[in-house]
Design a protein around this ligand. Structure first.
Ligand code: BES
Ligand code: MN
Ligand code: ZN
Length: 503
C-alpha cells in the first residue's frame, strides 16, 4: 500500500481530479460533506442519498460509476454517522472503505474525507487513524501456509486530498503513520510466528537486521555474559530449555548526547509452557505470544528509527523459553538476582518477573530518564481489565504520576488505551517468603498487582512504569492473531517526549 497527499485548491479541485475512485463522506442526517458537494454539480450524489441507496450511517457505502461532472472513474460514498463523528464511527467508516477498495477493479483512490468531522480530533488524528486502519485491514500472516491467500487485488495507491495550506503537515503526518504501521506489522509478525520459528535467537537476529537497516546500536549478550553479570534469576528460567537465551540491547540515539535515554524493556518468553508448574493443555499454543512485550519494543524501534525521531531511546529484551526438563528450576528453588536480592520460586510459571527483574537491574547503567517495561505478565490482568486496556502500574508520586499521565494520554490518542492500577505496600506483603528475600508469587488475590510489586523492588533507582499487555497483545478465537499493541501507545509516547525535549 502506497500513501500520498494530494493538495487541492481553487485550480486543482476534487471534481477535476483523475483517479480510479474518489471517496467522499455522507452524514446520517443526509447532509453531504464538502467534498461530496463539490462532486455533486449534476446532482448524482444528492439523488443517490435521496433515493435511500445509502443511509449515511457509519460504515454504509455506495459505489457510483462515472457520475457526470466528475473526472474520476468512480465515486465511493461512505457514511460517517453524525456530523461530529465518534472515534468508533470513524473507524467503522474507514474499515468499510478499506474493504470496498480491497476488492475494487481500480489501482488508485483519492480519499477526500472531511478532516474536521471527528469529535475533538484534529486533521492529524484523522489521517493517522485512516492509515492505521487501512494497513490493519490489509495485514495477512500466511508465510507458513503452503497455499497462500489469493494475491491481493484492489487499490494499491491511496492519496489523501487535503487543502493546500496543510499539505506539508499532512505529508509529515502520513509518513509518520506509515512508519508506525510498519512497526505494528513487525510486532504482529513476530507475535504470530510460532515458538519453533520465533526463538530467542530469531528475535536477536531480527534486532540485528533492524540495527543494520536503520543504523542502530546493537549488542546481544549470550549465556556466558549473562552468567558474568550474575543474572541468576533470568538464567533460572532458561534451565529446562534447549534454546540458548539472548539478551538484546538496541540503541536509537537521535537526541542530544547529554540527554538521558528513555528505556523500553520487553519480556521475550518465546514459549511459556509454565515449566515444572506446567500449564494446562487447552489453549497453551497461545503462549507463543508470551514474547509480545519484546516484539512491541522491536516494533516501536522500527517505527521511531524510520521516523528518525530526535530522542535517545534504548531497548532491552530478555528472551528465553520456559520449559520443563530434568534440569529445569523446581518449585521451592531459591535463586539470586543480579541485584543481589534472593527469590524463592514458588511457581515456575511466574517466570516473566524473573527475567524482567534482572533486565531492570541491568538498565540502571544507562542512568535513564524513564524506564517502561512491557510484558504479557499475568492472566490476572486479563481478569481485571479484559481485552480493552493494558494495565499500567507505577509508584504513586509526582514524578511517576507525570509518567503515567504521559503514557495514558499517548494511549488515548491512538485508541491503544491503558488503565492505571495501584502499587501499594499493603500488596507487597503478599510476596513474603520464609526462606528468601521474596517469593515470586503473591497468592491468588490481585495477581497483576503483586506481579507489578515484585518488579517495583528492582526499579528504585529511576522513574519506572510497567505495562501488563496480557489482555491486549493478541486476540483468541476465530480471529486469533497478534494486535500489534502497544506499539501505537509506545511510539506516540516517544514522539511526545521528543517534542517535549525539543521545546
Ligand atoms: N505468560 C503468563 C501470563 C499470561 C497467562 C498471559 C495467560 C496471558 C494469558 C505468565 O507467565 C504466567 O504464567 N503468569 C501466571 C502467574 C501465576 C503463576 C502467579 C498466571 O497469570 O497465571
Ligand atoms: Mn508463565
Ligand atoms: Zn509468561
Amino acid at each position: 500500500m502506497d500513501f500520498s497527499i494530494k493538495s487541492v485548491d481553487a485550480k486543482n479541485t476534487i471534481a477535476t481530479t483523475k483517479a480510479g475512485c474518489i471517496v467522499v463522506g455522507i452524514f446520517e442526517n443526509k447532509n453531504l460533506s464538502p467534498s461530496a458537494q463539490a462532486l455533486d454539480s449534476k446532482g448524482a450524489i444528492s439523488a443517490a442519498v435521496k433515493s435511500g441507496d445509502i443511509s449515511g450511517k457509519a460504515g454504509s457505502t455506495l459505489l457510483i460509476r462515472q457520475p457526470e461532472g466528475v473526472a474520476a472513474l468512480r465515486v465511493l460514498l461512505v457514511g460517517l454517522g453524525k456530523e461530529q463523528a465518534s472515534d468508533k464511527d470513524f473507524h467503522t467508516a474507514i474499515q468499510a472503505v478499506a474493504n470496498v477498495l480491497a476488492s475494487l477493479g481500480a489501482a488508485d483512490a483519492v480519499l477526500a474525507l472531511p478532516l474536521d468531522a471527528v469529535k475533538e480530533r484534529d486533521a492529524a488524528w484523522v489521517l493517522r487513524a485512516a492509515v492505521l486502519t487501512i494497513r490493519d485491514n490489509a495485514y495477512r500472516f500466511d508465510s507458513l501456509k503452503s497455499k497462500k491467500d489469493a494475491a491481493a487485488v484492489g487499490v494499491k495507491k491511496i492519496a489523501f486530498a487535503v487543502p493546500a495550506t496543510i499539505a506539508a503537515a499532512a505529508r509529515e503526518t502520513v509518513a509518520q503513520s506509515v512508519a508506525l504501521a510498519n512497526g505494528i506489522d513487525l510486532t504482529k509478525d513476530l507475535g504470530n510466528l510460532p515458538g519453533n520459528y520465533c526463538t530467542p535467537t530469531y528475535l536477536a537476529n531480527t534486532a540485528k537486521k533492524l540495527a543494520k537497516d536503520f543504523q542502530l546500536g546493537i549488542e546481544v549478550l549470550d549465556r556466558k555474559q549473562l552468567e558474568a553479570l550474575k543474572m541468576g534469576s533470568f538464567l533460572s528460567v532458561t534451565n529446562g530449555s534447549e534454546q540458548p537465551p539472548k539478551f538484546i540491547v538496541l540503541k536509537h540515539l537521535g537526541g542530544k548526547q547529554k540527554d538521558a535515554p528513555t528505556v523500553l524493556v520487553g519480556k521475550g518468553i518465546t514459549f511459556d509452557s509454565g515449566g515444572i508448574s506446567l500449564k494446562p493443555g487447552a489453549g497453551m499454543d497461545e503462549m507463543k505470544y508470551d514474547m509480545c512485550g519484546a516484539a512491541s519494543v522491536l516494533g516501536a524501534f522500527r517505527a521511531i528509527a524510520e521516523m528518525k525521531l530526535k530522542l535517545n531511546v534504548i531497548g532491552v529484551i530478555a528472551s528465553c523459553e520456559n520449559m520443563p526438563n530434568g534440569r529445569a528450576t523446581k518449585p521451592g528453588d531459591i535463586v539470586t538476582s543480579m541485584s543481589g536480592q534472593t527469590i524463592e520460586v514458588l511457581n515456575t510459571d511466574a517466570e516473566g518477573r524473573l527475567i524482567l527483574c534482572d533486565a531492570l537491574t541491568y538498565v540502571e547503567r544507562f542512568k535513564p530518564a524513564a524506564v517502561v517495561d512491557i510484558a504479557t505478565l499475568t492472566g490476572a490482568c486479563v481478569t481485571a481489565l479484559g481485552h480493552h486496556n493494558s494495565g499500567l502500574f507505577t509508584r504513586h508520586d509526582k514524578d511517576h504520576d507525570d509518567l503515567a499521565s504521559a503514557l495514558l494520554a499517548a494511549g488515548k490518542k491512538t485508541g491503544d488505551t491503558a488503565w492505571r492500577m495501584p502499587i501499594e505496600d499493603s500488596y507487597q506483603e503478599q510476596l513474603k517468603s520464609n526462606f528468601a528475600d521474596m517469593a515470586n508469587i503473591g497468592g491468588p488475590a490481585a495477581g497483576s498487582v503483586t506481579a507489578a510489586c515484585f518488579l517495583e523492588r528492582f526499579t528504585k533507582k529511576y522513574t519506572w512504569a510497567h505495562l501488563d499487555i496480557a489482555g491486549t497483545a493478541w486476540r483468541s478465537g476465530a480471529t486469533k492473531g497478534a494486535t500489534g499493541r502497544p506499539v501505537p501507545l509506545l511510539t506516540t509516547f516517544l514522539i511526545d517526549r521528543a517534542q517535549g525535549e525539543a521545546k
